[in-house]
Design a protein around this ligand. Structure first.
Ligand SMILES: *Cc1c(COP(=O)(O)O)cnc(C)c1O
Length: 386
């Protein structure tokens, strides 16, 4: 299996034709429970939908193959996956060290939900490896949580170096791989212990589902995550699992086009007088460019841009685009425009994770690049001439 290319694995892993009908696509097993042939006589181990469902199992096998991992668990959202992972691995009194621009909802979960249950946290700059080493020396730490490229500043963290520092401190490294997707980056191969995904984004890819995943190699850790998934029950519903599987099959071709379109948009924006900075790892002057080129197989579809005209300029552009839809989320086929300060990152304003108010985050979709550039040109054209 591991010798096959990414798209072959994404299309075939867990996707054998249905045994009883030959259906080429794994059916949506929309059933809460499964008949027993005599008490305890389970067919293929299926008993009750929270414990296992064939559509979800096929997705989990496909997700594991996409990251070339031993185990994957599918959840009803990315945050449900994160919550299950943290509660499976930590107990009250444990500590998490997380990057200073992780997804706002991840910070909110750790700070405001798990904090009151006794899990403490510290925020640090993950691209500063000496600072991370010092932070881990300061107190016993159970988990280090990294997002790379990060959201929304597109900072790139060296996973292999962070894994080494994390393991030397006796902690586990979790990488949120949502922005890169498993097509562009495989953190487990670089030394991470666990990968989490919001499958809502690139893996689903069509803005029509909410889902999440935990992916890992270690059997003992997997058993703990499996137990929380079953005992708490934030599992993917069969229809969502089916849609996620369908999305993952085309992830490779989509990411190639996302990356090409984002590169074109980043290069165009960089040359506009109204633009202060474009944050995209595919630009040679991005501080993480060389690292991203080594660590990833492409630069992805996400970028951020700041404007010299401050919040007013950013808001004007955000509300003026027509092809770029003003909406939260990312990773779908359609281009989206986000004003982090009041949308995705509203919950972290006033905290250590606050985002500048002259910044827009773009999820560059799969439309024709020329049309995307024309849309941005008319939107920037609404700014006062400087
Ligand atoms: C969206 C997102 C999440 C949370 O996932 P949900 O599916 O919205 O619960 C976590 N991490 C990143 C990087 C995300 O973009």
């Amino acid at each position: 299996m591991t010798s096959q290319g990414f798209s072959t694995r994404a299309i075939h892993a867990g996707q054998d034709p249905d045994a009883s009908t030959g259906a080429v696509v794994v059916p949506i097993f929309q059933s809460s429970t499964f008949a027993q042939d005599g008490i305890g006589g389970l067919r293929n181990g299926y008993e009750y939908g929270r414990a296992g469902n064939p559509t979800r199992d096929s997705l989990e096998e496909q997700l594991a193959a996409a990251e070339q991992a031993a185990h994957a668990f599918s959840f009803s959202s990315g945050l449900a996956a994160e919550d299950a992972l943290i509660r499976a691995l930590l107990t009250p009194g444990d500590r998490i060290v997380l990057g200073n621009d992780v997804y706002g909802g991840t910070y909110r979960l750790i700070d405001r939900v798990l904090g009151p249950w006794g899990v403490s946290h510290r925020v640090t700059e993950m691209t500063d490896l000496d600072g991370l080493t010092a932070e881990l020396a300061a107190a016993p730490t159970a988990l280090v949580w990294v997002e790379t490229p990060s959201n929304p500043m597109m900072k790139v963290t060296e996973i292999a170096a962070v894994a080494e520092i994390t393991h030397a401190a006796g902690a586990l490294l979790v990488v949120d791989n949502t922005f890169a997707s498993p097509y562009l980056q495989n953190p487990l191969a670089l030394g991470a212990d666990v990968v989490v995904h919001s499958t809502t984004k690139y893996i689903g890819g069509h803005s029509d589902l909410i889902g999440g995943a935990v992916v890992l190699d270690d059997d003992a850790l997997a058993e703990k995550v499996a137990f929380v998934q079953f005992a708490v029950g934030a599992v993917s519903a069969p229809m969502d699992a089916f849609l996620t599987t369908r999305g993952l099959k085309t992830l490779g071709v989509r990411m190639d086009r996302h990356s090409a379109n984002a590169q074109a948009v980043a290069e165009w924006l960089r040359d506009q007088p109204a633009v202060d900075t474009v944050y995209y790892p595919g630009l040679p002057d991005h501080p993480g460019h060389e690292l991203a080129a080594r660590q990833m197989r492409g630069f992805g579809g996400m970028l951020s841009v700041s404007f010299t005209g401050g919040a007013t300029a950013a808001r004007t552009v955000a509300e003026a685009t027509r092809l770029f839809t003003l909406a939260e989320s990312l990773g779908g086929i359609e281009s989206l425009m986000n004003y982090p300060a009041e949308m995705t990152h509203a919950s972290v304003q006033g905290t250590e994770l606050a985002v500048a108010d002259n910044l827009l985050r773009l999820s560059v979709g799969l439309e024709d690049a020329a049309d995307l550039l024309a849309d941005l040109e008319q939107a920037l054209g609404q700014l006062p001439a400087s």
